[in-house]
Ligand binder design. Structure first.
Ligand code: ZN
Length: 474
């Protein structure tokens, strides 16, 4: 388990959630993308795409994804790893699927962490009394009951911290104040900040929330202790309070905080959920669509990852309603315990390792379900060429962009790194990190029209990949 958590931590560092615009490609313009007669075959799916889009965007399925997501979110709210609410929400999704007359449903049990925050309070004592809003980071240890009272050192990055002598850091609170560039670049101060500060003798660490925008909202998230380094309490504070402390620090004013945090941590059992729409010709071959059903304890988990969960739930449901059966099996997976380190995905990879050659393509939506723009694709050039050809069919909804991504998605990156080609939903998620891991992750972030477009796009792409004559090459 510890090795696993360590692996997860390394992986989390490698996961990029924001796409780099320079890597956006339209492969149809590249000569190296000659896929031969397959191009013509893919083009013949034009009417299939039209039918699915019509059915979901203007027809009987219109608004259904949003309606079901809102019922789900309003019923359960936040669904933290290891909680009873999460298990109840899994049962609900199984029943919701059975209500659609889809009964090929399997759950797979695994052990997951159950970390629960208790009291969390920071008071700035010097240079003036002020309440500092915070959210403890995942797995953070508690402070002593009287809290930790210490002086603050503000640093921009690890290099700056390394240059400060250990005796200056000892006994202090380190505040990381990195300005948000991309999630991938900045999140390391959240995930590794406590360990790096503790190595220098700090008694606690804080991080400026990993976000480009704020209304004084702290953003939580996972972080990874190292068993060889003292575990110190660690939390995120708002961008506004980080800026305040940065200004005070730059003026040479002494900042003293009292941090009081409590939490509990135990291990529980949860489940991955697998829903199959069996293929007609090659049922053993899989095209996987997925999202994670767990969420952080703050907010409602509507955006992260309720939207991804429901567009993936919608795929077999829409195809069943349209009586469309692809040649390969489409499997919809609801991952559990993503937020505390892709725990469900690691368990699935291990359990299904000797049949992994049957996974033809794997998709995940975990970066927002705003208007779809295309796919961020990991895999070989040949694989990307075929996907690019399929994406051409989505010009009418402006979703034809292919982004090259070595490690797309969150959970699915665990499988993609073993050589399975896959993709993450590329969408107009410029505001995703405004809400990410905050109390602001509510239904108000979601749009019925955009969810319809995502569900239609997700369904049609999965259907075509599952139905064409060629496998996606590795
Ligand atoms: Zn997520």
């Amino acid at each position: 388990m510890l090795v696993l958590i360590k692996l997860c931590s390394i992986l989390i560092l490698l996961i990029g959630v924001q796409s780099n615009p320079d890597r956006r490609k339209n492969y149809s313009q590249l000569k190296s993308c000659d896929i031969g007669p397959l191009a013509e075959e893919i083009a013949s799916y034009e009417s299939v795409v039209k039918n699915i889009i019509n059915y979901v965007v203007n027809g009987p399925f219109k608004g259904k994804t949003y309606d079901e997501l809102s019922k789900f979110v309003d019923t359960f709210g936040a669904r933290p790893s290891g909680s009873q609410i999460l298990e109840d929400s899994i049962d609900y999704m199984i029943q919701l699927t059975k209500d659609e007359d889809i009964n090929d449903i399997v759950t797979e049990e695994l052990e997951v962490p159950h970390w629960m925050r208790g009291k969390e309070e920071i008071t700035m004592i010097e240079p003036r009394i002020k309440n500092i809003d915070l959210l403890g980071l995942g797995q953070s240890v508690s402070t002593p009951s009287e809290g930790i009272t210490a002086e603050v050192i503000v640093v921009n990055n690890f290099e700056e911290l390394a240059e400060i002598p250990n005796e200056v850091v000892e006994g202090k609170i380190v505040l990381y104040d990195p300005i948000f560039t991309t999630y991938r670049e900045t999140v390391v101060y959240r995930s590794q900040g406590a360990v790096r500060a503790a190595e220098k003798g700090a008694v606690a660490s804080l991080v400026r929330s990993i976000a480009p925008f704020s209304i004084n909202s702290p953003h939580t998230g996972s972080q990874n202790y190292n068993n060889n380094v003292k575990k110190i309490p660690t939390a995120a504070i708002s961008i506004e309070d980080a800026d305040l402390m940065r200004r005070l620090f730059n003026r040479g004013q002494k900042i003293i905080l009292n941090i009081t945090m409590t939490s509990t941590s135990e291990t529980k059992t949860s489940r991955n959920t697998l829903i199959d729409l069996k293929g007609t010709l090659n049922p053993e071959k899989l095209v996987i669509v997925s999202g994670h059903i767990d969420s952080w304890d703050v907010g409602q988990g509507a955006m992260d990852d309720g939207g991804g969960l429901f567009v993936s739930w919608a795929v077999p449901v829409i195809l069943k309603q349209l009586n469309m059966k692809p040649k390969r099996t489409i499997r919809s997976i609801f991952w559990t315990a993503e937020e505390l380190g892709l725990i469900g995905a690691y368990a699935y990879e291990e359990k299904h390792r000797n049949e992994s050659h049957n996974i033809n393509f794997i998709m995940e939506s975990d970066e927002g379900t705003f208007a779809p723009r295309g796919l961020a694709v990991g895999g070989s050039q040949k694989a990307r060429c075929i996907i690019a050809e399929i994406l051409k069919l989505f010009e009418s909804i402006n979703a034809s962009t292919l982004v090259e991504e070595d490690s797309p998605g969150s959970d699915i990156s665990v499988l993609i790194k073993t050589g399975i080609p896959g993709a993450s939903l590329h969408n107009a998620n410029e505001k995703y990190f405004w809400f990410h891991h905050t109390e602001g992750d509510t239904m108000n972030v979601e749009s019925p029209e955009e969810l319809d477009l995502c569900a239609a796009f997700w369904t049609a792409v999965a259907y075509i990949i599952a139905d064409i004559s060629a496998d996606i090459p590795r």
